[in-house]
Design a protein around this ligand. Sequence first.
Ligand code: PEP
Length: 263
Amino acid sequence: MERTPLIAGNWKMHHGISATGKFLSELEMRISRDAGAKKALEGDFIEMAIFPPFTSLWRALEGKRYLPWLKVGAQNVHWAPEGAFTGEVSANMLREAGCDYVIIGHSERRQLFGETDEQVRRKLDAAVSAGLLAVLCVGETLQEREAGETMAVVERQLMKALVGLPPDEVGRSVCIAYEPVWAIGTGRNATPGEAQEVCQAIRRFVAERFGDEAAMVQRILYGGSVKTDNAAGLLSEPDVDGALVGGASLQADSFAQILAAAL
Ligand code: PEP
């Protein structure tokens, strides 16, 4: 079965409302000049998603009026449907706002905000129940890689996050993003071989735990210093179904070039 590649841009805490509007205009211009990309996006042969900060979401969603193929997602979600959780936003609220996707368990949330595997699981459950597609981030630190613990770490994160989901939801509603922590924002990407090795092992893990069907449709992204000059190599690997892009997703031109590399 074919898996639709996903090129996702995690803007982190960048691009307010006016910068988001500028990005969208530039993206529209850039894609209208690239007949191949336009056709692929309009025909759903590939997906492009952006994940702006909360305050810019409405502006990105408004962009769907002239970029109907554009997917929009949030960078975080709370697990409760509502309640006394100052500063948080629920999955139903994101869905109501028009979001398609949500990123869950990004390493910056795990490391800087103390997000635990258990919280990641609850967020994932809430997102999937609300009908959002989740981009679940997993990945090892440099120390863990050097200790030969990459797959143990990745499998633990996956197991703890996915444990409660029905097998058909795993492949259908969750994109797994393999993001080695040492490659995020460092300019040091995994080689295509390193990315493929872990993404292939993730697919094997999904097959063992959730069945061949789930593994076959499971989209697995690579993230960590994906740039215009390394995207084609990483995206040509058979188990890499797309990219989660930070820095290079902030400019419409480089983001569109990464999409073109996936085609
Ligand atoms: C990310 O934030 O998920 C990421 C991969 O960032 P960068 O591409 O900048 O390394």
